[in-house]
Design a protein around this ligand. Structure first.
Ligand SMILES: Nc1nc2c(ncn2[C@@H]2O[C@H](COP(=O)(O)OP(=O)(O)OP(=O)(O)O)[C@@H](O)[C@H]2O)c(=O)[nH]1
Ligand SMILES: [Mg+2]
Length: 441
């Protein structure tokens, strides 16, 4: 089923009906497809208008643009044909059924166009991952980070590291090879270790920044926590712009953890409403409270809501204290004594909400802003950590004489860098990755 000599085709654009639909065809028979449905192979890289016909009967199926890319100068590295059709369901169905009738043609599997691009050296694993993220990107920060990675920012940096590592390795190997000769050059492991030390710092810096990359990719999580009845669900609804959570005057209303996705300051944000924290004998509520604590502990940012503007409990000391129901103060109740500058909001009147959003945005920018991070997913982080561990081991041998072992550490570090960008054979990683792609990509 997966022969790469097959010519594959798929609808690469989105849901039908649509203004325009794009059908892509890649493989050795892409030219034959152009001949069969458009009557001629258009000059490469020139959009050409054509009537598309059923090969057997000559019946017109649609009129549209035909675009031919001759391999290897194409997205997949193979001959590639694009048909820009009217985006009607019947139009697309007629073209797809015509293509499946051609010799050596079959529908593409998810991600198969990209897989061929990868197999033909058009993009390495890190770039493929970036491309997957780019298609999934929902926020500005995700788009910028993914585009950088799809454009090879990580790949180029790793290539530079690898080159320096190989040079350091060559110095160590030279020291080993010339050890018994008279004209032994100076001990070359010194400079090799110096370079290894510099590399180590650069890898460590990229690794330290990886939490930011993964946070941008996954989105920022903000938990709303606090005592029962503080107005947590009301705030969630206000920020989400819809009645996502149930609100009532009864303390203990929220029990499950509720998540809402939105975009703030260009960042993908997951807002999390949680059960009010208190002592309780109710088994279900107690479970809700346990989950609330766990979710708050793992969130990137916690808002601690209370009517009194009280500080958060010690285990959530990093939380931002917010005083709620600020509108009630004027109605006779004694104004609560604020300990320090606590933000006061009213989800009912909207007071202070702008300030709260500005604060969240500032925090989000701090956590996920700036230049796109190099490392954006766990797989990359683990490979980089692996490379760093080998460099650390190499450096720990400094002056210890074991050049053979030193050379082996450097070789293993280079191998880990290869794995980071997928230069070594990684079929299982590829299988898992391409399954997450859409058909037509
Ligand atoms: N006056 C006033 N009332 C509010 C405000 N925010 C929430 N309330 C009221 O406070 C009560 C509790 O609101 P919720 O949002 O359900 O509180 P919660 O913190 O989610 O409560 P639990 O889910 O039980 O922990 C409701 O009757 C709300 O209408 C506010 O800004 N001003
Ligand atoms: Mg609630």
């Amino acid at each position: 089923m997966m022969r790469s000599s097959d010519t594959i085709f798929a609808l690469s654009s989105g849901r039908l009906p649509s203004g325009v639909a794009l059908v892509r065809i890649s493989g050795p028979a892409a030219r034959a497809a152009a001949l069969a449905v458009a009557g001629a192979v258009p000059p490469a890289r020139h959009a050409t208008y054509a009537v598309l016909r059923a090969p057997g009967t000559g019946e017109a199926l649609d009129r549209g643009l035909v675009l031919f890319f001759e391999g290897p100068r194409s997205a997949t590295g193979e001959d590639l044909l694009e048909l820009h059709l009217h985006g009607g369901r019947a139009v697309v169905a007629a073209i797809l059924s015509t293509l499946s009738g051609l010799d050596g043609f079959r529908p593409a599997l998810p991600g198969e166009f990209t897989r061929r691009a990868h197999a033909n050296g058009k993009m390495d694993l890190a770039e493929v991952e970036g491309l997957g993220d780019l298609i999934a990107a929902e926020s500005e920060a995700q788009r910028r980070q993914a585009l950088a990675q799809a454009s090879g920012v990580l790949s180029r940096r790793v290539a530079g590291w690898r080159e320096r590592l190989i040079r350091a390795l060559a110095l160590v190997e030279a020291t080993i090879d010339f050890a018994d000769e008279d004209d032994v050059p100076e001990d070359l492991t010194g400079p090799a270790l110096l370079e290894t030390g510099l590399l180590r710092e650069e890898l460590a810096a990229a690794l330290a920044d990886s939490a930011r990359g993964e946070r941008v990719r996954d989105g920022l999580s903000i938990a709303i926590a606090g005592p029962p009845n503080a107005g947590k669900s009301t705030l969630l609804n206000r920020l989400a712009g819809r009645e996502a959570a149930i609100v009532s005057h009864r303390p203990g209303t929220t029990r499950d953890v509720l998540e809402v996705h939105l975009e703030l300051a260009g960042q993908a944000v997951t807002l999390i409403d949680t059960a009010g924290l208190r002592e309780t004998d109710d088994e279900v509520e107690a479970e809700g409270i346990r989950r609330a604590r766990a979710r708050a502990a793992s969130a990137d940012l916690v808002l601690w809501l209370s009517e009194a503007g009280a500080p958060p409990p010690p285990e959530l000391a990093h939380a931002l204290a917010v005083r709620t129901k600020a509108d009630k103060v004027e109605t006779g109740a004694a104004a609560p004594r604020d300990a320090g500058p606590v933000l006061a909001i009213s989800a009912a009147t909207g007071q202070g909400i702008e300030d709260l959003i500005a604060l969240i945005e500032a925090r989000a920018a701090e956590l996920g802003g700036g230049e796109p991070a190099l490392i954006t997913r766990e797989r990359q982080r683990l490979a980089l950590r692996d490379a760093l561990a080998h460099l650390d081991r190499a450096l720990a041998r400094a002056g210890g004489g074991g050049e053979d072992l030193l050379a082996e550490d450097l070789r293993l570090a280079a191998r880990a860098l290869d794995a980071l960008v997928g230069r070594v054979d990684m079929e299982d990683v590829l299988d898992a990755l391409f399954r997450t792609f859409c058909i037509g990509k």
